[in-house]
Write a protein that binds this ligand. Structure first.
Ligand code: PBG
Length: 333
């Protein structure tokens, strides 16, 4: 009836888009600084700011310089940072023994950050790859990644990090059963309040390339790379099984990684489990976007567009190398 009286078409979706005020009113998703986690690379030394070739605008910092980066995050009110160490190659070995040393680079970074900035959340990876000379996340025994022997080490790694003051233990190794083992270890060592953010659906992705340059973990992985433990990019149901297991083993939050190529996975996980879900916009995604902006091929607006896509898919938050840049934009909005 309406259609007969008024002029065609009676529904004009463009009306809401006509002015800025109505665009703002009808916006379904928003990005806020509360959604951001800033990943940072740390290395040994003093006053080191060592740019990473394949990640324009991102550096490895010695602890003193790392503190200035954390200070920026604190000033923007970014809730948390994630620390990744570049271990000197002479200190790596096949067992990754330094991972469980309470004075390693990660633990020293945690302590320094907590001393100066007690309130910012600190997230630390649990996985052996920064510390092993072969670059795998687990122990290689008879040419295979040994799941259960790896768990024993991961448990210890989680404990040294949590004891140093890490707030959020983030197992990124993809061994079976690790979340349960780490939860039990934390609980029986007076660390019941330490959170676990599980890299639950972590895919065997080519988009980690620049990260492996950054921490020097990429050259010795062998022909199968990490395919025997990270997920096959063709799978989606399997991500649901991974997340279900990690939640039942005690994960407080789960993560999907990489980010933009896996938005469908975030959306499925969020609608099936309704748990705090995070996306990791990984190094390769960052570099593609950043370098295209630097070259003038893309407008810098794509940064916020890319981050908003995670919110639309249902993510609660995003680990992104754009965190400082995004926080600055949000502040000026
Ligand atoms: C290590 C780890 C990786 C990333 C985070 N933790 C790389 C890998 O699994 O090889 C990738 C992050 C990025 O690319 O930004 N377990």
């Amino acid at each position: 009836m309406n259609n007969m009286q008024g002029k065609f078409p009676s529904t004009r979706l463009r009306r809401n888009r006509m002015k800025e005020f109505s665009r703002r009113l009808v916006a379904e998703n928003t990005l806020s600084v509360n959604d951001l986690i800033l990943p940072l690379f740390v290395c040994e030394g003093n006053k080191v700011d060592d740019p990473i070739n394949s990640m324009p605008g991102v550096s490895r910092y010695s602890i003193d310089k790392l503190l200035s980066e954390v200070e920026k995050a604190v000033k923007f009110n970014i809730p948390a940072i994630a620390i990744f160490p570049q271990i000197e190659s002479g200190l790596k070995n096949s067992e990754g023994s330094l991972a469980v040393d309470e004075n390693n680079l990660v633990c020293r970074s945690i302590k320094s950050i907590k001393k100066d900035f007690p309130n910012i959340g600190i997230v630390c990876d649990v996985a052996l790859d920064p510390f092993t000379d072969h670059g795998h996340d687990g122990l290689v025994i008879n040419d295979k990644i040994d799941n259960d022997k790896t768990l024993e080490v991961l448990e210890q790694q989680a404990l040294v990090q949590a004891n140093a003051g890490c707030d959020v233990i983030a197992p990124s190794d993809m061994m079976d059963g690790r979340v349960g083992r780490i939860r039990t270890a934390l609980d029986s060592n007076n660390l019941a309040d330490t959170l676990i953010l599980s890299y639950a659906a972590k895919y065997a992705s080519g988009f980690y390339g620049p990260f492996r340059d950054a921490i020097g973990s990429g050259s010795n992985l062998g022909k199968d790379g990490k395919l025997t433990y990270q997920m096959d990019p063709s799978n989606s149901d399997e991500a649901i099984r991974e997340v279900g297991l990690d939640i039942s083993e005690g994960a407080d939050m789960v993560m999907v990684k990489p980010g933009m190529p896996y938005l469908d996975i975030i959306s499925r996980i969020k609608s099936e489990f309704k748990v705090p879900t995070f996306a990791y916009q990984v190094s390769g995604e960052y570099s593609m976007i950043k370098e295209s902006i630097n070259k003038g091929w893309l407008n810098e607006k794509v940064v916020m567009e890319s981050l908003l896509s995670f919110k639309r898919a249902g993510a609660n938050g995003i680990l992104t190398y754009f965190a400082l840049e995004a926080a600055e934009k949000l502040k000026n909005e």
